[in-house]
Design a protein around this ligand. Structure first.
Ligand code: PNS
Length: 162
């Protein structure tokens, strides 16, 4: 397992400025960051896995050490398959804490070789979430400051189409 390689797993439905901040900071800490999009056909999501990956790759084009892949199954199994020693999660506020602690403890019990590392979200991003983006976009509201500028129009168009 390589301690200089991390995965950053999530739903990314869609990627937000909060996710981007965590990715950029992880890219300063690790040699390689793999953004890992959970592909769960049993869960409905606004964007397909291919659309999510395409948006993430365009948002991260300026970060050569960052790649994006989809996975199914357990996150730690994906980490092991990529020899990533670290699993990154962002924490926005106390409401995230309990769920994230449970996830980290479960992952650690399944696979102690993968260490979860938390990065604290920036205060200005504490209210930013993919679900807030989806809700605002469904009412046609501008997404400035919520999603990276390069995907804002596309996200809005996606919901206009529905
Ligand atoms: O962006 P999200 O929805 O907060 O991401 C949650 C995610 C995808 C990281 C989490 O649900 C996950 O790891 N799912 C894959 C299944 C798994 O490994 N579960 C934990 C052990 S039971």
């Amino acid at each position: 397992m390589n301690p200089r390689v991390c995965i950053y797993p999530g739903s990314f439905d869609p990627i937000t400025v909060g996710h981007m901040d965590i990715i950029e900071r992880a890219a300063r800490l690790y040699e390689r960051v793999i953004v890992a999009v959970l592909h769960n056909p049993n869960k409905t999501s606004a964007f397909s896995t291919a659309e999510k990956l395409d948006m993430i790759r365009r948002c991260c084009a300026h970060l050569p050490q960052v790649t994006a892949e989809s996975f199914d199954g357990l996150t730690v199994d994906f980490a092991v398959s990529r020899e990533a020693g670290v699993l990154i999660r962002g924490l926005r506020a106390m409401v995230d804490f309990e769920g994230e602690r449970t996830l980290a403890q479960l992952n650690s019990s399944i696979c102690p070789a993968v260490e979860t590392v938390f990065l604290m979200g920036r205060p200005e991003h504490s209210a930013v979430s993919s679900s807030a983006v989806r809700e605002l976009a469904s009412y046609g509201r501008q997404l400035d400051g919520l999603v990276p500028a390069c995907i804002a129009d596309e996200v809005l168009r996606h919901f206009r189409k529905d």
